[in-house]
Design a protein around this ligand. Structure first.
Ligand code: NAD
Length: 355
């Protein structure tokens, strides 16, 4: 299979971590008989320096005509005083809007080798934590009317059936590619928008009979995430609940450098990026952890290209890296051997196997 990937290296550690992910993709291509073609796209601070714009239309078009987009990270102190609409982050917002990605998917997984990094008790972590939060990204209270009149401020939370249905489908489809368990999180004991949410989810469940749907109130979910996270496979929820729960979920896994994400819309063309920023404090030192980006590339294979076996191969090679007692600086602990960003990538490439 041939796939065209738009590659945004970005700023700070972006170019270093993306370089490792591309090495991994190239090796996957070799092993499984695929060709990945890369088109470099300038976005963020580097695009401001080059064009005076964080994402010129021509660069956006390269993303829109690709099969998917892999992003490192953008931003840095150098561009902190640039006017608001020209800041590096504006490029990212324009990209998300341009691609129409309404679903943000963030896995929370504890690698058994890193269980000490979790702030949760050992007996909870040992049960295994491996789930995904699917968050609605462009609706709900963040996008409703905001106004302040006198001593009263109002923010409007509204969802239409079609907005709920399209994110619901991503939840069901994601669960289908995993363990077929979907938990829909809302506040239907209080909110009309949540009652509609629940109704639409149950209507969809009639179509996805192979997926086991459950409902949970958001306050209970916040508790269950720390009490018994092993119960979850895929969680689907609206924008604000997802914002809060996905941050809670990433904390329980320990390291920001390890977590990938995907953003998807109506087509299979997705945006894949690690959840961290451009880490200017460690840029150019070959000490960044590239695993969040490498796992983002694995998500691209699984969710946009339907290459589950290839994605498994990457995840297994990451596991082999950790099994070998190798660690990048951000996850180092006693008795482990510290390696740099490029050594980490190279080890993963060498350990990729077609089962
Ligand atoms: P950050 O995520 O870049 O860094 C926070 C801390 O985590 C730093 O100490 C950093 O060294 C460390 N860290 C992050 N990624 C790491 C990795 N892969 N390996 C090892 N350590 C890692 O957050 P910040 O410092 O608040 O932001 C820095 C810049 O990144 C800002 O300009 C911000 O606007 C931008 N940013 C961009 C994105 C994005 O591109 N999606 C997201 C968040 C922040």
């Amino acid at each position: 299979m041939t796939k065209n990937i738009a590659v945004i290296r970005g700023d700070g550690i972006g170019p270093e971590i993306v370089a490792e992910a591309l090495k991994v993709l190239d090796k996957v291509g070799e092993l499984f008989g695929h060709t990945f073609c890369y088109t470099d796209v300038d976005m963020g601070g580097c695009a401001i320096d080059k064009y005076g714009d964080p994402l010129p239309e021509s660069e956006l078009q390269k993303c829109l005509s690709s099969d998917s987009v892999l992003l490192g990270a953008v931003g840095g102190e150098k561009w902190n005083n640039v006017p608001g609409d020209k800041r590096p982050e504006k490029g990212l917002l324009r990209l998300r809007a341009g691609m129409g990605v309404y679903s943000n998917n963030r896995p929370a997984k504890i690698w058994k080798q890193l269980s000490d990094a979790s702030p949760l008790k050992k007996e909870i972590v040992e049960k295994g934590i491996d789930f995904i939060i699917v968050r609605e990204l462009i609706g709900g209270i963040y996008f409703g009317e905001h106004k302040t009149e006198g001593d009263t401020a109002t923010d409007v939370l509204s969802y239409s059936e079609s907005e709920i249905e399209r994110i619901g489908r991503i939840g069901f489809e994601t669960a289908r590619k995993r363990n077929k368990k979907l938990c829909s999180v809302e506040k239907s004991n209080v909110l009309d928008s949540s009652r509609l949410w629940k109704k639409v989810m149950h209507r969809l469940a009639e179509e996805y009979t192979d997926v086991d749907l459950s409902d949970m109130l958001v306050d209970n979910c916040a508790m269950q995430l720390v009490k018994n996270p092993a119960q979850f496979d895929v969680i689907v929820t609206e924008n604000m609940f997802g914002d809060i729960l996905s941050d809670e979920a990433s904390m329980i896994t320990g390291s920001i450098g390890m977590i990938p994400s995907s953003s998807l819309g109506a087509t299979s063309c997705g945006l894949y990026e690690p959840i961290h920023g451009s880490a200017p404090d460690i840029a150019g030192k070959n000490i960044a952890n590239p695993i969040g980006t490498i796992l983002s590339a694995a998500m691209m294979l699984r969710y946009s290209f339907d290459m589950g076996e290839e994605a498994d191969a990457i995840e297994n090679a990451v596991s082999a890296f950790l099994d070998a007692g190798l660690r990048t600086a951000d996850i180092i602990s006693e008795g482990m051997t510290q390696v740099g960003c490029s050594e980490c990538g190279e080890f993963i490439v060498k350990n990729l196997k077609r089962e």
